[in-house]
Design a protein around this ligand. Sequence first.
Ligand code: NAD
Ligand code: MG
Length: 387
Amino acid sequence: MARRITILGATGSVGRSTLDLIEREGEGAFEIVALTANSDVAGLAELARNFRPERAVIGDPARFDELKAALAGTNVAVSAGREAIIEAAGAQADWTMAAIVGTAGLAPVMRALEGGGIVALANKEALVSAGALMTEAARRSGATLLPVDSEHNAVFQCLHGARAAEIRRIILTASGGPFRTWTLDEMRAATPEQAVAHPNWSMGAKISVDSATLMNKGLELIEAYHLFPVKADQLEAVVHPQSIVHSLVEYCDGSLLAQLGPADMRVPIAYTLAWPQRMATPCTGLDLATIARLDFEAPDFERFPALALARQALAEGGAKPAILNAANEVAVASYLARSIGFLDIAAIVGDVMAAYDPPTPATIEAVLEIDAEARAVARRVTGKIHV
Ligand code: NAD
Ligand code: MG
């Protein structure tokens, strides 16, 4: 039977990679229930004409008429607004790709998890801000949470259902980003163009900047904490510039298992799309003799303070990861808009984390309140910076 699929964030990098795999499988393998996007009407309409979902949803309510007109003559139902995206996330799909970027994905991911199907989770910010609530919702509904993020997908593959007591460490690899060998002075003047030019992966702008600050690895440590049965001190990050080893699990007997593959998100996405089986992808395998060597180095917490801040948020727990994530989103957006410098990103996140300490949020609404407050504080701090 065809797997019924919804893609939240269909027009993004992960969303399009998912649709590329679906297209390659040909007619009959998958049925598309819903595709959603934020504001890219032309992109969403083109995907909807090509993939014929039951519904296309645009986040920006002002774009409803435009989307409706663009899909005139098709039988694709059209809706708009934040609530409509959440509703689409709850529509009966067997498999949902959660690929909205940032906190905007939180409520839709929660709704998809409550539905009890398979949720392929790319939206790492949802787990960082509300990991405990997300995993609890999945447990209650019986939903299956499959990690799409390449590192977590690698760990998931290496774990293969292992018991907690058997796991000694989980080691996430980090490419080190485009500034791996830069001095602090060089990084101070780094432009957004330089920051988004990732050496190995092609991704959306926000996550590319996060890779350059290493905040991405910090967010991923928190993500891993919620996905896998380990304590914070069993999680480590190691810099591996070639991005060939995607992450590793060390077992109590000393065995270290790694997953290796090309730096193409279609590999982990395909793993989740076909799970518990595997499906073919067009990605070519690794030529180990040509690669010849794999390098590893310890991360530098001084040049990359964002990683230290994320570890701190993980250790402190409660609302801190949500504050870290929200402050980082504001700082990255300001950096991309050239209002602050590259090193200001981590400095702002550190200031916002130190500014206040709300109680642990018990609901998604409480997480969103903390998120909004952290953003307001971050904007105030950011407004004081002049570049
Ligand atoms: P992207 O910016 O390319 O796409 C984001 C998608 O989310 C788009 O479809 C956009 O329309 C939608 N969106 C943005 N803001 C929205 C809002 N307010 N409401 C509703 N929809 C909104 O991002 P991406 O690179 O595809 O990343 C998506 C998620 O996957 C992120 O959480 C990212 O951290 C994670 N991720 C991405 C990669 C990658 O290789 N790109 C790898 C690992 C994890
Ligand atoms: Mg990753």
